[in-house]
Ligand binder design. Structure first.
Ligand SMILES: NC(=O)c1ccc[n+]([C@@H]2O[C@H](COP(=O)([O-])OP(=O)(O)OC[C@H]3O[C@@H](n4cnc5c(N)ncnc54)[C@H](O)[C@@H]3O)[C@@H](O)[C@H]2O)c1
Length: 392
């Protein structure tokens, strides 16, 4: 049994899911053979860090992420902060020779992401980017079916991630609406997940053309609360929204496949609207993530009277699920967002024990960021086609 001591930076929405996932991954999956101990947490205010530590039973709290990174009791630095802090925290952790688990999008630019990937490779530290959707049983099963040829050669990907949290014009401004802290808006926050699925299932994306829009140009400053739960008073001063509320891109894959990638944070009614479809020469498959347990597959090779979309309930067919959740060899047990985070952390803990490169590392995050940047550059240029990886 290995002990892995984690220092987590940030105490917001995603930090909670990380603490939960580290604990449940170790409890449910003996094969990780790791005791993951969340040793320390850092936030801007000491009181915030302390109250999170008390609530989550974390032994130590700090108001200085640099102290957390340097702490000899921290083996892995977990970055759960606004996007602009991913780069400096990760670079400091890599320089200290620590493993890094970083939330998405990896950075504010491809140049930063490339520096992070290069530094990690040079120092030989393991890195992980939190593209949790790749560990959803539906995505894992889709990858298996695509790899074994069930839908022939993939020729088209259609995907979008739609949420409705900013469809309320009175939801206050936050780091998410400020370009210096978030980079792009819906694109980096939500669209990067869709790009990760496209990359994973169809390979590298080489070009993009896009439009974007900011639907609500200003938002009130918050009076109380934080993140999705922030509240403003009627008299609150307003702050300009500095990035996109929605984006729509056409993309070209290295394989010759094409597709569309969209994201919106202003689709009223949507919570986890990650919907995607892969169309191949011999079939089609799709997922609507608000019904996350269902993978729909159409195979041309099915006998004529048996042809039609079939719904596979996902779960126990994929790596890990059977051991930790339901022990059947077919799906039906059900899974949700927070369980997917557990499967992601399980995979990460297993990868940490192996010498091979982990697929969802900073190099993957850098390639993801390059697509995000190409989409943003095209939208800025009014839809002009951009090559992925071209200088901004
Ligand atoms: N993978 C996913 O599904 C998913 C979902 C939500 C958010 N995220 C990502 O997680 C990250 C955080 O998002 P969130 O929703 O948790 O945001 P949040 O606003 O809820 O939390 C951010 C936290 O970072 C803290 N912070 C800010 N500056 C800091 C500093 N200098 N030192 C220490 N702490 C600092 C804040 O005080 C807050 O506790 C973002 O990169 C976001 O894109 C990923």
């Amino acid at each position: 049994m290995t002990t892995l001591r984690i220092g987590i930076v940030g105490t917001g929405f995603i930090a909670r899911t990380h603490v939960d996932a580290f604990r449940r991954a170790c409890l449910l999956f003996p094969e990780v053979a790791t005791e993951a101990v969340v040793e320390m947490v850092a936030d801007v205010e000491l009181d915030t860090a302390r109250s999170f530590a008390a609530r989550m039973a974390i032994p130590r709290a700090s108001d200085d992420w640099r102290a957390l990174v340097a702490d000899p009791q921290v083996d892995l630095v977990d970055i759960a902060t606004p996007n602009n802090l991913h780069f400096p925290i990760a670079m400091a952790a890599i320089a200290a020779g620590k493993a890094v688990y970083c939330e998405k999008p990896l950075a504010l630019s491809t140049a930063e992401a490339a520096q992070m990937a290069d530094a990690a490779a040079a120092r030989g530290v393991p890195t992980f980017v939190a593209f949790n959707n790749l560990f959803a049983p539906s995505t894992q099963l889709a990858a298996t079916l695509i790899r074994r040829g069930d839908i022939g050669t993939p020729v088209q990907f259609i995907g979008s991630f739609d949420q409705g949290f900013y469809s309320d014009p009175d939801l206050p401004a936050s780091w998410r609406t400020r370009a210096g802290e978030a980079g792009s808006g819906a694109l980096g926050d939500l669209g990067s997940h869709v790009v990760s699925i496209a990359q994973h299932l169809l390979g590298p994306i080489t070009a993009a053309a896009a439009f974007d829009a900011t639907i609500f140009p200003s938002r009130p400053l918050p009076a109380s609360g934080a993140g999705y739960g922030a509240k403003a008073t009627d008299a609150a001063a307003r702050q300009p929204v500095e990035n996109d509320d929605l984006v729509q891109a056409l993309v070209r894959f290295d394989s010759g496949a094409m597709g569309s990638i969209g994201a919106s944070r202003v689709v009223a009614g949507r919570v986890f609207g990650i919907n995607w479809e892969v169309r191949g020469t011999e079939g089609t498959l799709y997922v609507e993530n608000e019904r996350a347990n269902e993978l729909h597959v159409f195979r041309m090779r099915d006998a004529g009277d048996d042809r039609g979309f079939k719904t596979i309930l996902c779960g126990s067919q994929v790596d890990g699920f059977r051991e930790g959740f339901f022990g059947f060899d077919y799906g039906g047990g059900g899974i949700g967002y927070f369980d997917v985070k557990v499967l992601e952390v399980r995979a990460m803990l297993l990868a940490l024990r192996k010498p091979e490169r982990w697929f969802c590392d900073f190099a993957f995050g850098r390639d993801n960021q390059a697509v995000v940047d190409a989409i943003a550059a095209s939208a800025r240029a009014g839809g002009v086609l951009q090559r992925v990886g071209a200088a901004p």
